[in-house]
Unconditional design. Sequence first.
Length: 399
Amino acid sequence: MVFKAFKPSLIKLTLFFLLVFSITLFSQDLQELVNSKAPQGCFVGVYFQDVEDGTIIYKQNEHNLFIPASLTKIFTTLAAWDILGPDFRYTTTVYVPIGVISPILKGDVVIKGNGDPSMSVDILKNNLRKFVTEGVKEIQGDIIIDNSFFSDERWGVGWEWDYKNPSVDALILREYVNSFDPKSKNAVALHYGSQVIKILQSYGIKVTGSAKVGKLPASYREFIVIKSPPLKTLIEISNKLSSNSYAEQILRTLGLRVYNLGSISNSIKVVNDFYKKLFGDFYPFRLNDGCGLSTYNITTPYMVATTLAYAYKNYGGLEGFISTLSVAGKDGTLQNRLKDITLYGKTGTLQRVSNVAGIMITRTGRKLAFCIMLNNFVAPTYTAMAYQDEIIRFVWNNY
């Protein structure tokens, strides 16, 4: 008997049909998992896409609108990464009158900032020591807080009153950002000034005046310049730890940089314009804050996953923007989830909302951008998270 060799075209065709059959079985099994194990009452949106070749692995309700919760931070911080740059640093400057200030500083001390979310009492204390080294014994004037770079809108649009909402200001101290009445427009700044007075007094410097809100006079000079860590570090805190305060301060900085005032409308316009360039003027989404506390925010699983894929391709791969996300099993909000999977992700949780999105490397080494959004479920949140993890693990193990 004589055996004839298979033609190369027949081999390729056979492999193609095997691949199609395998993908079909994979999709059917995944769909069965998605539909059969969803938490009670849950509206589910799922989107998985191969980052390298663009292949859509699985999709369900991918263009339907969901409340993103803290997935909103992805949109805010990626826009900041693009517009400000990962090396951007906030500057907080202490000004004094021109002329001799030792031993008595005659006049006010003015502090002006542009929204540094990382400022703390300890950082201030270390830097204000310069008054001591310069021989200042007394300040015959007030401590003026110039917070004019930001608007006086202290809370975001659509925030719930019973949440722990951060206060937003051009000058904040991270220890106290959740302790102010949003109707009191100057409370954050005045508290900042009062802490400055306490620090100066702890150094034995007499301050005859009080903390006030005002503007920097033209006849003043720089005395102390305090630089924040680079923006990449601040974005890591926003994304890994899901810091609402950091995200909101970064959002207002975008409005300041582009439109010269860190107001809500200016800042949201910057972010919306950035994503309209990616998704077009008519793609359905709406962003109203920077951190995701607003239930007015709406977006889609496709938009979230596509944004992450765009970030991976255009902003440094896994070492760039994606590295600011939580690493599964290691840090942030994914520290206790999916410990054996290489995954960089962001979670988003509110009442009846549980979402997760990110970039993961499958068991076979493929890189996928994904988003799973769950809204309106009545089961406990931990069951929603377990459901998400089961979907992720199935894709990781079978693709």
